[in-house]
Design a protein around this ligand. Structure first.
Ligand code: SF4
Length: 362
């Protein structure tokens, strides 16, 4: 049980939605302000079921999960919870209505007394990171400008460290853990695997191991290299969307359209996996868009649509069927290249190949 001796000194952060992209920033910021952070537990089936009780059934999974995490924090005795309203992340680059209205959803569905810290990020209207942080601090009763500015710098610094580690190949969860502990670890070399795919998904779906059914680990065990939004820069993602003659509209589009487009255009992948939440409007548009471009380039694509009832067995079967198909396709392509000696080396899934092997196959 959290000791809530002073409401201003403790803030609960739900391990959902913006947590997955921004936690290291929040951590550096709040710690520097002298606020203690309480995190909700990792997502479990019980937590999802708890969150689902509070909202109508066709609400998307990530929002049900978010509600479950707020309940988890309240059950821990945390009376101040951080629920930001992230409206737009660039000029006219919008979030979906559920993320924009997250504080309103929580207020309306959870009928329990607690304080919500609910700053707004709306770059279309001129409310950027600085305004967002000042509003957060003011809601916590902190008005010292110098302190707030220094907390923003600490948040940025921690976030940049996290990003560098994640981009070097350290798994998302480990990179977060290292960053908040003040460790700085870079992965020296990533092994080249026989097959590679790109996953287009929101960070809050992909990096939540329960929501994503730990897809990254599963692919790793299948000896498939999975690229994600953490493997490219923001500029790469934006440029790739433009190269497809598309316009970025949704805030999360860089993690989905941008990431898929980048790898598709750079021809580094054997397939695309779209992981989306049932009932998500923006996802269905982005997945259709990428499916169209993937069809044009004859790149196989698998769409995994998830909700709280998705069973692991069916999920794994679809993943295995897809990777088997990719393997057969690659084997056929290599045979057509008349390089039989290299085929077994490149395709044998039991082997992890060093980069030089794939160079030979080309
Ligand atoms: S973008 Fe989609 S998955 Fe995310 S909160 Fe909105 S509706 Fe749900």
């Amino acid at each position: 049980m959290v000791r809530q001796e002073n409401l201003k000194k403790i803030i609960g952060i739900p391990r959902a939605i913006s947590y997955y992209n921004n936690y290291t920033f929040y951590y550096g910021f709040f710690k520097s302000l002298g606020i203690e952070i309480v995190l909700s537990d990792k997502t479990t089936t019980k937590l999802i079921n708890e969150g689902s009780k509070y909202v109508v059934s066709d609400t998307c999974l990530p929002v049900k999960v978010f509600v479950g995490h707020v309940i988890n924090l309240l059950n821990k005795g945390c009376n101040t919870v951080f629920v930001p309203s992230i409206q737009s992340t660039g000029y006219k680059i919008n979030n979906c209505s559920k993320i924009r209205g997250l504080p309103e959803i929580i207020r309306n569905v959870i009928n329990r007394p607690f304080k919500m810290i609910e700053p707004t990020l709306d770059k279309t209207e001129g409310f950027g990171i600085k305004e967002f942080c000042f509003e957060t601090a003011h809601q916590l009763g902190i008005r010292d400008k110098k302190l707030i500015n220094s907390a923003i710098s600490s948040g940025r610094e921690m976030y940049n460290r996290f990003l560098e580690m994640a981009k070097s190949g350290i798994p998302h969860g480990e990179a977060v853990e290292n960053a908040v502990k003040g460790n700085y670890v870079l992965k020296k070399m990533s092994l080249v695997k026989p097959l590679s795919v790109v996953i287009m998904a929101h960070g809050y779906n992909l990096f939540d191991e329960r929501i994503s059914m730990n897809i990254l680990n599963k692919l790793n065990k299948m000896n498939v290299k999975a690229y994600t939004c953490l493997d490219i820069t923001r500029t790469d993602a934006i440029n790739s969307i433009h190269e497809l003659d598309e316009i970025q509209y949704w805030a999360n589009e860089l993690d989905l359209t941008g990431t898929a487009a980048y790898f598709m255009l750079n021809k580094k992948i054997d397939g695309i996996i779209a992981l989306s939440a049932f009932g998500c409007g923006p996802d269905s548009l982005m997945v259709d868009e990428i499916q169209y471009h993937a069809n044009e380039r004859k790149i196989p694509m698998l769409h995994l649509n998830i909700d709280e009832h998705t069973g692991e067995a069916g999920f794994v079967t679809r993943l295995e069927a897809f990777t088997d198909m990719l393997e057969r396709k690659k084997r056929k392509q290599l045979l057509q290249c008349n390089k039989p000696k290299n085929i077994e080396i490149a395709i044998n899934k039991k082997q992890i190949q060093e980069p030089k092997v794939l160079t030979k196959v080309k």
